[in-house]
Write a protein that binds this ligand. Structure first.
Ligand code: SIN
Length: 485
């Protein structure tokens, strides 16, 4: 049962939302809401692992790897905080009982992914890190969690947030809170090919656009290089970068490791370079790209990547002997709702943003692999610290009459959503042209003027922010690549 008023409302039950909840004391009245069931979030599908600096000496090395992958567009202070705080947050999670994979002597096993100088990624369940961490945090969370809650408005007046309007089990409901933490994830459902949970559809970003809250770095959308896209489902099947970290190759139909044509590091170049290389090579040659595991011994592979082995066996691929056909697909929003190093949104009282929804500046123009689970915990902790220690100011809650609860969907939304997903993939994808971006901008604008529901309107607001940011950046940088005619 939802009450009218909370101390803290957290929108999203992925790693950042749940770790924020874990860091709020039990005597606070906290509500965590999620759109669907709690495990329908990107955290649940994260495979490879979570980065952690190994020790003090590794902090500057991790910082440099993060900056280099981000094309030095990162906020250096945020990256330093990310890396240094990882020593404390990883220890905290382990102390509270999270079991990362370890050897027979109980020593944690670290893996490597692209663009990391050393093995510093902790993992769980082999290739099911997100699922294990999510379960651990669900069990740790002592606060109320309400599923099936779709937020369609933020209650904002004169630079303060007072709560949200949402459907709770399909009933329009107003939820007031002294502080609201946005932990709603990224924008995956905007793209035809993506690895994200179907719940991740940029609604809150779209509300922010409407309210004049700034989104930043929205041109930097990250595409994961190794995804199996030949499935009818919206969420395409990720083949974790840890596979390449352990030694898998990317090859063409003749078994040639063509990525060395693009970068000396081959498969282990940063994600933007590998994605672009695969996309370009397929386009140029008409050849298929594959992930090749034939170098691995079967028993080891099944033990190290049990979920991938099982999932693909169910659709007829037998790893490690079979190769997997791959394509890049949208994976992660490097940009997001602009905030400071405590998750505070400039000019706004009572509103925080953390996790993939946030633009803290840690990722720059391209996120270093497996830095996202880490960002989720580090900045959730900072936001809750700030919230708990700030000076409390008394306020009166105004009345918010306007409600969109009965116009969330309209008849033709499905058709327009599909069209939008294709436009985003074709024109605001891995390789962009100025002409394509202008065409996309016009098509998005046209759709906004159709008879559409509130939720599609919000998606289109976010899509506009992405295309505008891409048009504003004339030169290629990191994951924003412009090929001019
Ligand atoms: C993966 O396992 O390849 C995804 C890791 C990430 O996106 O950081």
């Amino acid at each position: 049962m939802i009450d009218e008023k909370y101390d803290v409302l957290i929108i999203g039950a992925g790693i950042s939302g749940l770790y924020a909840a874990m860091n709020l004391p039990e005597d606070k009245k906290v509500l965590v809401v999620c759109k669907d069931v709690p495990w329908e979030c990107n955290t649940f599908y994260a495979q490879g692992g979570m980065v952690t600096a190994l020790n003090d000496a590794d902090v500057p090395v991790h910082i440099e790897d993060t900056l280099a992958a981000g094309a030095y567009h990162n906020d250096k202070e945020a990256v330093e905080i990310l890396s240094r705080t990882s020593l404390e947050t990883t220890a905290d999670i382990i102390d509270k009982g999270m079991a990362f994979d370890s050897n027979a002597e109980g020593k944690i096993l670290y893996t490597k992914e692209a663009a990391h100088s050393v093995e510093r990624i902790v993992h769980a369940g082999g290739d099911a890190t997100g699922r294990y961490m999510h379960y651990f945090m669900m069990v740790q969370n002592k606060h109320q969690l309400q599923k099936n809650t779709l937020v369609y408005d933020l209650l904002i007046e004169d630079g303060r947030c007072y709560g949200v309007k949402a459907t709770v089990n399909y009933e329009p409901t107003t939820i007031y809170a002294d502080d609201v933490i946005i932990a709603s994830g990224g924008i995956g459902s905007l793209y035809a090919y993506n690895t994200n949970s179907r719940t991740v559809s940029a609604d809150i970003h779209g509300i922010c656009v409407e309210k004049g809250i700034e989104l930043a770095d929205m041109e930097f959308m990250q595409f994961h290089p190794t995804v199996f896209v030949d499935t009818p489902y919206a969420r395409k099947l990720l083949l974790t970068e840890a596979l390449r970290g352990e030694g898998a190759h990317i090859v063409d139909d003749e078994g040639r490791r063509f990525l060395f044509d693009y970068d000396d590091r081959g498969e282990l170049a940063s994600r933007d370079i590998v994605s672009r290389g695969i996309f370009d090579y397929k386009r140029k040659t008409g050849k298929q790209a594959y992930l090749d595991f034939s170098m691995f011994e079967a028993e080891w592979f099944e033990h190290r990547f049990p979920n991938i082995t099982r999932t693909f066996a169910a659709i007829g691929y037998h790893f490690p002997q079979d190769k997997a056909p791959i394509s890049p697909a949208f994976h992660y929003a490097n940009g997001g709702i602009k905030c400071d190093i405590n998750g505070c949104i400039p000019g706004m009282e009572g509103l925080y943003v953390i996790g993939e929804a946030a633009r803290t500046g840690v990722h720059g123009a391209n996120r270093l692999a497996s830095n996202s689970l880490l960002e989720g915990v580090v900045f959730a902790k900072r936001a809750t610290n700030h919230l708990l220690h700030k000076e409390k100011k008394a306020f009166q809650t105004p009345a918010f009459e306007k409600d969109y609860g009965n116009i969330l969907h309209k008849e033709n939304d499905k058709i327009y959503k599909q069209r939008l997903r294709q436009i985003m993939w074709d024109d605001i994808g891995i390789i962009r042209t100025t002409k394509g971006l202008h065409e996309a901008k016009n098509l998005i604008y046209d759709m906004k003027n159709k008879e559409i529901g509130r939720l599609l309107q919000l998606r289109l607001n976010t899509a506009s922010a992405i295309v505008d940011a891409a048009l504003a950046r004339k030169e290629s940088l990191g994951s924003h690549y412009i090929e001019n005619e």
